[in-house]
Design a protein around this ligand. Structure first.
Ligand SMILES: [Mg+2]
Length: 435
């Protein structure tokens, strides 16, 4: 057993973790004040709940539940299509507010981040706790959403803190409080302990995070290797995982998935939906200046059974048209005529920076360059006049066969503020108040 306490210092390092409370639903309530206090969910376009407001959670509705089931639980539920453009704007503003306090901000996900405040007490003339509380208040007053905040000596402890009280919670864990806090923390709450790890540790008789942290370091390392040792240190207050400030632009994979309102057995329609997904995924990929080496296609039947195929491309590809023959081949192999399908999905894997063009043997470089130039021109038009203004021929089928209900656009897509175009939105989402 190790000696107590782990550390006597309050904050040799001061790291906060902040986490938007029911972020997507909260943003919707912020831009539509009449939805405040009401059960709100997003994810209408998928038929599955992406985010539930706290009012909806109180009724037993949570992420991943089917809309059908949710509406059964709460007939008055307000169901909204996801509006990722607006969520991203709020996210950006949230991180910008954090950067007023420190340049050391990590965008961990759209609604979660870390900030390293170490050494900044003099700059802000205040304590770490007060800094963290001010940041939390700024978010609430400027964005009209709440975040839960954890303040401690390491990322792992800060993350435990922000989860401890929600929503709008604030939990500070200075050095002297670490052990008591870890005694209240079940193993499965620790960031990095998956179900298998928890099962293993339970077998050794461990129950809480404290049980783990008081074991000898060598024991942790022997059991779980480097990660086991690092987490052991992090839980005891030695900061081993730095706050990483690079902006999120490296994606391992990009996927696009669309569910149709009514399942369809029309191959032309399903193909058109798939091509539209491929186009969307490629647009996103090119925005991040990446190209792809591996493409996967998945079709889900009406009864939720699904089939998928994946291929490695012979050269990295950035132009949508270049990948269509391969996608078509997979589609032909997957589709069963006469079967109804509800969802198509495409996954772009093995992404790499889009650099110098590579050619295949027997491929005419001039042709490749021409398609590339055409693709860049199409991107430019779509950038200016809206996504899918110009698209590949198969998806023309979609504009002639528009579906309703779940194909609903978020309100933000149709309503423009003064001074905005479809691509150029004001970066001030709160101006969109409709009061
Ligand atoms: Mg959250």
């Amino acid at each position: 057993m190790s000696e107590f306490p782990f550390t006597l210092q309050s904050y040799p390092q001061a790291i906060i973790h902040f986490d938007g409370d029911a972020f997507f639903a909260a943003v919707e309530q912020s831009i539509h004040p009449h939805l405040k206090g009401q059960p709100v969910v997003t994810g209408k376009e998928r038929g599955i709940i992406a985010c539930a407001s706290y009012e909806a959670k109180a009724l037993g509705i949570s992420r991943g539940l089917s809309l059908h089931e949710a509406i059964r639980l709460c007939p008055k539920l307000k169901v909204l299509p996801s509006d990722y453009e607006t969520y991203s704007l709020y996210s950006k503003r949230m991180f910008d507010i954090a950067r007023r306090y420190t340049p050391m901000v990590e965008e961990y996900s759209i609604d979660e981040g870390f900030a390293d405040l170490t050494g900044l007490r003099r700059v802000h003339h205040t304590s770490y706790e007060e800094m963290a509380r001010r940041f939390q208040k700024d978010i609430q007053s400027e964005l009209d959403i709440t975040v839960s905040v954890g303040l401690s000596l390491t990322k792992s402890l800060a993350k435990l803190g922000s989860k401890f009280r929600k929503p709008a919670g604030f939990t500070a864990i200075p050095g002297a409080d670490i052990e008591n806090f870890l005694k209240l923390t079940p193993l499965d709450k620790v960031w990095g302990f998956g179900p298998n790890t928890v099962a293993l540790l339970t077998k050794y008789g461990l129950k809480t995070a404290c049980d783990y942290a008081v074991r000898p370091e060598e024991w942790a390392e022997k059991l779980m290797g480097k990660i086991g040792r690092e987490l052991w240190g992090e839980l005891r207050g030695s900061s081993l995982y730095p706050v990483v400030t690079e902006e999120k632009s490296s994606y391992c994979s990009i996927s696009k998935c669309k569910t149709f309102t009514a399942p369809s057995s029309n191959p032309e329609f399903i193909w058109a939906k798939l091509v539209r997904n491929v186009e969307s995924a490629f647009i996103k990929m090119r925005r991040y200046k990446l190209r792809v080496r591996k493409v996967g296609v998945m079709l889900r039947r009406q009864d939720y059974r699904q089939d998928g195929l994946e291929i490695r491309l012979s050269r990295p590809v950035a132009v949508t048209r270049d990948v269509i023959p391969a996608v078509r081949e997979m589609f032909e192999q997957l589709i069963e005529r006469g079967t109804a399908y509800r969802t198509t999905m495409v996954v772009l894997g093995k992404l790499e920076p889009d650099g110098e063009q590579q050619y295949e043997l027997f491929e005419a470089p001039a042709q490749v360059e021409k398609r590339r130039a055409l693709s860049d021109a199409v991107d430019a038009v779509n950038e200016r006049y809206g996504k899918h203004t110009l698209s590949l021929a198969p998806s023309l089928f979609l504009s002639q066969n528009r579906q309703t209900a779940r194909d609903d656009q978020p309100q933000r897509k149709s309503a423009l503020l003064g001074g905005e175009t479809r691509r150029q939105r004001l970066r001030i989402p709160r101006l969109f108040l409709n009061v």
